[in-house]
Each structure stands twice: as C-alpha cells, then as structure tokens.
Design a protein around this ligand. Sequence first.
Ligand code: GLN
Length: 471
Amino acid sequence: MAPVVDTLRLTAEEATSLLERGELSGRELRQAYLDAIAERDGELHCFLRTVEDTEGDGVPIALKDVISTKGVETTAGSKILAGYVPVFDATVAERVKAAGLSLLGKTNTDEFAMGSSTENSAYGPSRNPWDPSRVPGGSGGGSSAAVTAGLAPWALGSDTGGSIKQPSALCGNVGLRPTYGTVSRYGVVAFASSLDQIGPVAKTVRDVALLYSIIAGRDPCDSTTAELPETPRLPEGDSLAGVRIGVPRQLGSLDAIEPGVRDAFERALALAEELGAEIGECDLPTSYRYGMPCYYLIAPAEASSNLARYDGVRYGPRAVAGSYQELVDRTRDEGFGAEPKRRIMLGTYALSAGYYEAFYGQAQKVRTLLIREHRQALAVCDVIATPTSPTVAFPIGDKAADPLAMYACDLLTIPSCLAGLPGLSIPNGLSEGLPVGLQLIGPQFGENTLFRVGHALEQAIGFDTVPERLR
Ligand code: GLN
C-alpha cells in the first residue's frame, strides 16, 4: 500500500490543514511517521524510544530527551538517568499536549546536551540523513535528523550554546533558539541554567513560528520566564525593504569558516540585497575572541552545580556499595560519561575558592561585554547575519577524541547565546553536497523580525530540504 502522505516533504502546516479538512485522521498521520521511523531510524538512530500516545490526535511531534515526559522514560542521553520515569510533564510537553499534538517519541542527544555531534550520547550517535557516515550536529542531533528524514514533522530541542541552531545547519532545516526567558525550562533536565532554552525545529520558518507560538510565554513554574511583549506572528511576504542586516566585520578573519560556507553566506547576502535589505557592517570584537572561553567557564560552572543532584539516591540507577559515600562515588563513576565528568571538573575548579575570581568572575565580566556589544550592534541593524556553523557536517569520529575541536563547532552560535538573544538558523544551500546554515540574530524578543527575514530569505534561497539520497 502506498503511504498516505510523503512525510519527507509534508510540513506541519500542511499536516494541520489535512487534519482540519478531514482528509486524514490523526491516527493515519501518526502511523505514517511511525512507518517512516520503522523504515529509516535503524540507520539514523534519531529516537531513543517511541511512545504510544492515546490522547493526542493532532500533528505528531518528537521531543529531545532532556524534556521530562510524564510516564515516559527521560534520560538526557545519560546512563545515570536510565530508567528514570518522570511523574510530571515539563511545561513545554504540557503545552504541546494541550495544543493536541501527539507525541511520537524522545530523541537522541549528547549526554546532558553536552556536545556538538550526538557522539556523546551514552546510547550511541545519531547519523546525518544527508550522509549517514557523518554527524547530524549536536546536541540536538536526534531531533534535527528526525525532521530532515521525515520521521517527525517538527520537534523540540534545547540550546545552551548552539544545540538547536547547529544541528539545523548540519541537517538542512530550520531551528530557533528563542530569547532567554520566553520559553519555560520547568521540567527540562538542567545543563547550564542561565543559558538553556527550549526551541522548535521544523522544515520551514512558518512551522517554527507556529510551534514557537504554542510553547512560548510566561510560566508560573519558571520564574525566569517573561510575558511576551508581542504575539508570535506567522511570516508572510518576500520583501526585505527597510531591513538592515549587520555582518560582523570580524567574520573576515575567522579561518575556521570553510570556503564553501563563506561562499554560501555571500550568496545569501546578495539575495537579501535583491529583496530590498540594506547590508552593513557591525562590530563584535569580544564575541569571537572570548565568547568560547567565556562559555566554557560559565556553562561547566553551572553544570557542575546542576549535576550534583545525580547521586544514585534521587534518580536513576544506584551502584551497589557498602557506604553512602561509596554509593555516590560509584554511581557517578559508572553513570556519567567522559564529557559530563570533564565539565564537572572544569566547573568545580572554576568555582573553587582560590580561582573563582580569576576564572568564573572574569567570565561573567566578559559576558557583560558581550551583552553590551550585541546591544550596540543591534542599535545600528535589525538583525545580525553569520554562517551558523563554520563547517558542514563532519565524519563520525573525526572530532570525538579532541574536545577542543568539538567545542570550536560553536564559535559562531555561542556569543549570542551568552547575550540571551534569539537566533534562527535557516538552510542556505549546499557545500560539498552537504547543508550549510545561515544564522540570523535578533534583539531580545525579536522573534517576529527573525521570522520575517528568515521566511523571505528561505523563499529566495529555495532550498530542497529532502536529502538527495532520500528523494
Ligand atoms: N556544543 C555546546 C556544548 O557542548 C552547546 C551545547 C548545547 O547547546 N546544549 O556545550
């Protein structure tokens, strides 16, 4: 029997109208995705588990496994949470359910969202649908690859320093890291609380805007959330008249950016100009020089505190031991993989009494500089544009033994995360047959501007999101 819908091409918006017009039932639609998962996920390993959903009969969705789901195992890609079944839903899970969406399953992630390739998942890596010998990016590689491979029309990811935007770039889809404080973190497994944000991944900017409108807004359970000053709008139109796009002058001297990625970026700027945008320079001197070191002090410092709760007593598996201390030691030794251990050590060191001012204190000052320089840049332009990732998807194993090379993947995504700003990655053509991403950074609460600019450019770029080998 021929499939009822082509899940590789169907957008969530189209799926919604199929359901509304009664041309398809929620169950049939869901089954189409489950069939696609059965067909392709053996190779791609996007899902850690699929679930039976008896309540939702709307458009299906996949959730990154850092999002707590009532009655459904939630591991954050870690062995230390194996078998942990939350007794409550994260606010974002509750909101997608309240909107009638049906949960397909939980997607793979680097352990505690620490990584840029999903190779740090304790359950094995996910693979890139464009070339399964390559990484899909990370940490949200499972969600992103699932959307590209037609295993889910849309998904939620989490982004601390690039984990939504970078996988979207590497898999060729659209990902939004929202303004810090617009989406609730209640019930999300914490990595670095001053940076973590939940956001949507989908095939189109309009789908991303739609999903954002479902999850965003103040949540009494998360005191860092804010009332949205503007209702999220679905973008229309293709004009960029009056839009000022700022290109950081520092991009020119960043050797890490591959030539093919640079070419695609230049082409996108030319297209933007044709659509009526004004392209100018902006200045982010601290961002590319100190953004990464700043992030790799602040994020591990917060992680070392957040991960202290995993002691074998409260969650997940417990090691057999003769004393309490031995129980904690052994559980952590067996339960955490190399990357969380590395971050816990880095963070604990940076926070220790003798070094606090020299490392953590300095990093906080740098963060303030980053916030200021982004504010100044966004005073002279409406959005900042850069490539999302300096490279296309790399082969699995290429950077696994070199943490610093892995960290460098986030050179371009990290600075605006530290500044708390929203960032949208849209597909920007191919280099060496692999997707390239374009990153658009907006001011605080500037999501609607990002949607407008992203949508117009998306139409002009005309990228086919279906990987050649699956067409
Ligand atoms: N790759 C970055 C890290 O390992 C960002 C991860 C994320 O955004 N969750 O910290």
